[in-house]
Every structure is written in structure tokens, then in C-alpha cells.
Design a protein around this ligand. Sequence first.
Ligand SMILES: C[S@@+](CC[C@H](N)C(=O)[O-])C[C@H]1O[C@@H](n2cnc3c(N)ncnc32)[C@H](O)[C@@H]1O
Length: 269
Amino acid sequence: MRGADGVAAVGAEGPNVARVYDFFLGGAHNFPADREAAAQVEQTWPQIRATARVNRLFLGEAVRYLAGGVGIRQFLDIGSGMPTMGNVHEVAQQLAPDAQVVYVDSDPVAVAHSQILLAPNPLATAVEADLLRPDEILEHPEVAGLLDLGQPVALLLVAVLHFFPDDTGPRHLVAQLRDALPAGSHLVVTHATGDGQSQQVTEAAEVYRRTTAPFQLRARTEVLSFFDDCALVDPGLVLLPGWEQDRRRGRSTTMEGRLPVYAGVGRLR
Ligand SMILES: C[S@@+](CC[C@H](N)C(=O)[O-])C[C@H]1O[C@@H](n2cnc3c(N)ncnc32)[C@H](O)[C@@H]1O
């Protein structure tokens, strides 16, 4: 099967994480199997679309903060997904036209779509690689070719680590990536949580696990452990939405309307 843009729908017979998320964001890069899985998750947990949306908005806020406020010029976005609203290179290059962005995803369809979009952009590229093998990402010729890992990098792991159950060693994988980056680099993470949530969210995670991919909710302290060797930027690790609002005020404001996804930005020491 091929989409309208000629990209082969590799694995379109089963639901796929990147395409299910694309569907939740209202995108067009998804197939019937993805929409079926999405409907099952949504039935259990109607807030999933709102959660996907605030996650994506936070990604834009974090990139704007890093490119504009901090002056980061290199972005390594792992688990980047389908091109959709507010892509990292668009947000970063609007503020800093010389910003360099490498997207990494294990889904060949997401990578193919990204490569089509990025073809005219010499400062951004997309590569197919697996977060389970950080060395392959760091040593990938396109990563090494576009990014100078001796200079600060923003490492984006947004809505991807909850697809890594404990037995895959996510803390170690993130530590390997952090260790390859110099001080002054930043780590951006969002992660689904069951903290303070009804049974609904746990059930939705179970549906996700059954229909789409391994999925693990994590408590606050567990998500914080991904930021070892980092100083968290204000307002720290907070539930979305509200990171940007809390950052401007320097403290966490209302908890009303927060959704079960933690977000944080840490500066590597
Ligand atoms: C929910 S999407 C998040 C997309 C984007 N980061 C965002 O937050 O808008 C998760 C992405 O992680 C990718 N992913 C899952 N497991 C991966 C792995 N082992 N290595 C690289 N990418 C992976 C999926 O293919 C998918 O595109």
C-alpha cells in the first residue's frame, strides 16, 4: 500500500505508534488499523486527544525556549514521529535560521515522510534508527555530519520513553545519550503517568499495550530519574499543560485541568 504522496505504508496492516499519535493530533498519515486502535484507546480514555495536543504544544514551547532563550543551535529529536503541527526545525529555524535538526525514528514510514518534507532544508535531516541502540544513533553518519557533539545539543525524548518498559533499560539508554553530550546541553522529556489519575488512565495504557506497543506509565520520581546529571529548568517537572506559563512565573500554578503527562527540561551539568 502507498499513500497519496507515494510513501510505502510499510507495516500498515497493524497499528503503529507514530500513526496512532498522528491520528490523535488530527493528521492524515494514518491507516484503518491505526484508527481502530486509536478508537479503542479513546473509548477507555476520552482525554487522549487533548493529551496528545498539549504534549505537542509543549514540544514547541521547549524548542522556542531553547533556541530563543538559551541559544541552543543543535537539536536531536529521537522518537520524532510523523511531520505534523509545529515541527522542531520549523520552530527552531524561525528563531534561529542556522539551527540544525536531526530527527530520529524507528518507524520507516515516519522517517520517509520527514525526509520528503526536509529535502529542501540543508540544515535538517531524518534518519531511521532505534533508541534501543544509542551508539548507532550517535555514530550515524548523518547525525555526525550535521551535529557537532562537542557543542551543546538539545536532546528531545518527547512522548517516547513510555514505550520503553523497565526491562528495556530506558534509564541506561538515556544515560548513554546524556554521557555523549557536553555540559550546557539540554534534555527535554515528556512521559505519561498514572499519578493522581483514575483507573481510566491505567486501563487506557493497557489497551495501548494490547493494541499498539509496550507502554509503561511512570510515577514522578521515576520520570525524574531520566534527568540524572541535569539541573531542571524552572518550573521543574510538571503536569501539562502549563509548563510555559509556570516557567514565566517561576513556579507551578494551578493544577486544575492538568493531564497525565509530565514534562520537563534539564540542563546537563
Ligand atoms: C507518540 S510519538 C511522539 C512524536 C513526537 N516526539 C511528539 O511528541 O510529538 C512516539 C514516536 O516514538 C517512536 N518510537 C517508538 N519506539 C522507538 C524506538 N525504539 N526508537 C526510535 N523511535 C521510536 C514512534 O515510532 C513514534 O514516532
